[in-house]
Every structure is written in C-alpha cells, then in structure tokens.
Design a protein. Structure first.
Length: 234
C-alpha cells in the first residue's frame, strides 16, 4: 500500500526530453481505472530508474461517460455492481489496496467529472495535475469516495492545497466550471479514439531514435523498462 501522505512525483523538466537520448511518454488514464492505480508503484519505480531525460504528459481518456453509455463486453460490465468483481480481480492479481464496495454503496455515475477536475488542477501546473490525479485515485480506490460528486472533488482540491500551498483552490473551483478543462478533455478523448486506445492505462513512448512504442494495460517495472529501451536504442 502506498503511504497516504505521499505526494505525486514531479516529472523532469519537459525541455530535457528533447535531446537525442530523451524519451517522451504520454500516459492515458482515468481516475476510475483500477489497473492504473495498481500499476502506480511499478510506474514510480520505473521513472526513478531512468537515466535519460524524460518528459511525461498525462491525458484523461474518459473511461466511464455514464452507465447508460457504458458496456465492457470483454469483462461483462454494463452496470455498477459488475465493476466490483473487476476491482477485486485487480487487487488479487497485483496486491494493490483497492476497495470495491463503493460499487454497491455509492457507485460513481461517471468518471468524466473527475477527469475534468484533474485537468482543471493541471491548468495551474503539471505538478498540481499529477497530485490531483493521485489524490483522486487514492480517494476512490482506498477510501470509497464518490469522485463523481462535486463536493468530493473540492475536498480533494483542499488536500492538494495542503500538500502544495501554491495550489489555488478558488481558481480550481472556477476552472472546474469553465470551458478550458472541458475543451482539453474533449481533445484528450479524441486523441485516444484516433489512436484506437481501448484499454487503460495506455502509454505511448517516443524518442528521436525511432518509431513509437505503445503499452496497454497493467505493466510491471520490467515491462516498462523494456518498452523504454525499444525507443531509446532504436
């Protein structure tokens, strides 16, 4: 289990990844993706082991628009109560702290509000967006908090402010209701659709050395290192 007071990892300066040896990574995820949460320790270890310049961009893919418009035929999920077994499976496979009872007690109606909130936080700084994503995942995965509710999203913003005092909760509240985060979210989803991303998390690895490499679904540290090597030594 990750320490609850841990803050999100700050990624290297974006400019450093433009060198010949640098790697650009685009991480497509969603606060309600249990596999992204379960993979977090591997992802952090992978980033800590990299010896080349790196830039990571997080994009929200929009996992759950609404239950009326959601049907996961692969995992036989079309209603909230069926999401619980998938979270139980993720916990069993990975050992991650995931509490599935939210899907019976207070199931989120959509992941879109949380996605927009992550983007709204990121409008202040990439670090704020990364921290908000982590705190939103922590809230829904381990504390059974319904991140489709605005009051929960505002509570998470207060938590981000407690960790990063420069984070402006009033500005976040304003951005949360504005058009900019929604426009960015729409573009993120369009990009994910264009790339035919159907599983989360999906990571696109790019460098100046050769073609991009894409990983989809849960990855171990070793698998992430292998993907990075493909683009760094091409």
């Amino acid at each position: 289990m990750l320490p609850k007071k841990e803050s999100a990892l700050q990624i290297n300066n974006p400019g450093t990844a433009q060198s010949a040896d640098g790697i650009e990574m685009t991480f497509y995820t969603d606060p309600l993706c249990c596999w992204s949460w379960a993979m977090r320790p591997h992802w952090q270890q992978f980033l800590s082991l990299l010896t080349v310049p790196v830039n990571v961009t997080y994009k929200m893919a929009g996992l759950l628009p609404s239950w009326k418009h959601f049907n996961d035929t692969t995992n036989a999920i079309s209603k909230p109560v069926q999401m619980g077994p998938e979270w139980m499976h993720a916990r069993g496979v990975t050992g991650a702290d995931i509490q599935e009872k939210i899907w019976v007690a207070d199931p989120p109606a959509s992941s879109f509000p949380a996605c927009i909130a992550v983007i709204a936080a990121g409008c202040q700084s990439p670090v704020s967006g990364q921290e908000y994503l982590y705190q939103a995942q922590l809230a829904v995965m381990t504390q059974c908090r319904n991140v489709a509710k605005r009051e929960v999203l505002l509570d998470i913003a207060a938590r981000v402010h407690a960790i990063h005092p420069d984070f402006d909760v009033a500005a976040f509240r304003k951005d949360l209701l504005g058009d900019k985060p929604r426009d960015i979210f729409r573009k993120d989803m369009q990009e994910a659709k264009f790339l035919n991303i159907t599983r989360l998390p999906t990571i696109v690895f790019r460098s100046r050395r050769g073609p991009a490499t894409i990983t989809s679904g849960y990855q171990t540290t070793e698998m992430l290192i292998a993907a990075a090597k493909k683009v760094s030594i091409s």
